[in-house]
Design a binder for this molecule. Structure first.
Ligand code: SAM
Length: 398
């Protein structure tokens, strides 16, 4: 890192804290001062940025924070910095570039700030973080609460070791554990739990390690879409609260540090027909909460962006685990059509969901409650009228 000192970085740390406050992500002076005090570049000295290389292949090019102002400033942008690629599939293509899926990153600072504000920590709270990654978020928690009260876990032992070394370099020694943060937590109980990887539902293990009144902030992934929830664990071990309007989209929790979970893509049913529809690809693409409702209404279904090899035309495709699918293209100024295969109800249900959402004045994410009962059952409901969707214990709608 050359002759880079904390003093060189300090104006960038303050500028990031100011930017996050101005954007409304930081809402309290305590978190402003904390962001201004924690050097992100020490925890994220290198990262990857996506680019097309000379052969037209999309690669991750390694970047480095150096004393050069340009590179130092780059570490303090309000952007996600990808820091690890799936070792099982990534391939080195030149001296500083690889292909592959990201398996760890330093989260978008404004998202981090919003989640930390949502956690409502107070002095003396013991906090658990699932997803140590670079250790930046753990460092922020240490700076705010003291290392003694911060515990962080990551499934990848290399990440934990690196984070431990870098955290110590700036004076923080939180409790750090390697393991699956959904099934194997340290023998402690916590007032606050924050997860920076997504989960299909709130794991039993978290509830067992949550003190009554504990707050959980986590990204619940429900297939087509999910969202950040803020829940409170009550005396009966029920976690109840609501979605927030902040999009999470964290990388999914995995139990194997060396393998990234790949979605199971079923054999697609043969094409049945095309017909006019009023639900368009841009409508689905631009409405986050419409996608949450589609996720609730269409279990076992994923949404993918499809590019036609021959024409380059892009469409949105819903595909269900039984092979049913429906595709709407991004064509403007034309009568929209849907093409589908397998169960025609897949798209009909999508259209009905869209009509429901419009008829209810297009409610946003924070109009939806989320509960995880003590027995593991979970549900989402529309707060204004109580319409309810039951989820399986794995979190997916049933
Ligand atoms: C977005 S990164 C975390 C960012 C981190 N909080 C930071 O400040 O750099 C998500 C992390 O979750 C970790 N992870 C994935 N599955 C996990 C699991 N089951 N238990 C614990 N950590 C997990 C990944 O290894 C990755 O480091």
């Amino acid at each position: 890192m050359g002759d880079l000192t904390l003093d060189t970085a300090r104006p960038h740390m303050t500028a990031l804290a100011d930017e996050l406050s101005k954007a409304g992500a930081i809402r309290t002076p305590q978190w402003h001062d904390t962001f201004a005090a924690v050097p992100r570049h020490v925890l994220v000295p290198t990262w990857f940025e996506q680019e097309q290389n000379a052969k037209g292949i999309t690669v991750w090019r390694q970047q480095r924070a150096t004393a050069d102002e340009r590179y130092l400033a780059a570490a303090y942008r309000d952007v996600t910095l990808v820091t690890a690629l799936d070792p099982a599939t990534s391939e080195q293509v030149d001296d500083t570039a690889w292909t592959g899926f990201p398996t760890s990153s330093s989260t978008l600072p404004s998202l981090m700030a919003g989640m930390l504000e949502g956690l409502s920590v107070r002095t003396g709270h013991r906090v658990l973080e699932i997803g140590t990654g670079t250790g930046y978020n753990a460092a922020l928690l240490c700076a705010r609460l003291g290392d003694r009260l911060v515990h962080s876990i990551d499934v990848d032992p290399d990440l934990v070791d690196t984070a431990r070394t870098r955290l110590a370099r700036i004076g923080y020694t939180p409790g750090l554990t390697t393991g699956d943060g959904c099934t194997a937590l340290p023998d402690l109980s916590f007032e606050r739990i924050i997860a920076t990887c997504s989960v299909p539902g709130i794991p039993q293990e978290w509830i067992e390690h949550a003190k009554p009144g504990a707050v959980i902030v986590a990204d619940v992934a429900l297939g087509i879409e999910g969202g950040l929830v803020r829940l409170t664990v009550d005396e009966d071990r029920r976690a109840i609260g609501h979605f927030t309007t902040t999009a999470g989209r964290f990388m999914p929790a995995r139990s194997d540090p060396r393998a990234y979970p790949q979605p199971h893509r079923p054999q697609r049913a043969p094409e049945a027909e095309s017909r006019p529809t009023t639900l368009t690809a841009p409508e689905i693409q631009s409405h986050y909460t419409l996608r949450l409702l589609l996720a609730l209404q269409l279990p076992e279904t994923e949404l993918v962006y499809d590019i036609d090899d021959a024409t380059g035309a892009m469409s949105i495709q819903l595909q269900r685990s039984d092979g049913a699918w429906a595709r709407v293209p991004f064509i403007f100024n034309a009568e929209p059509t849907v093409t589908y295969g397998g169960d025609p109800n897949l798209w009909k249900q999508a259209e009905t969901t869209w009509h429901w959402w419009k008829a209810h004045n297009r409610p946003a994410h924070d109009q939806f409650g989320y509960v995880r009962e003590a027995n593991g059952d979970a549900a989402v409901w529309h707060i204004p009228d109580g319409t309810r969707w039951h989820l399986t214990t794995r979190g997916r709608p049933r």
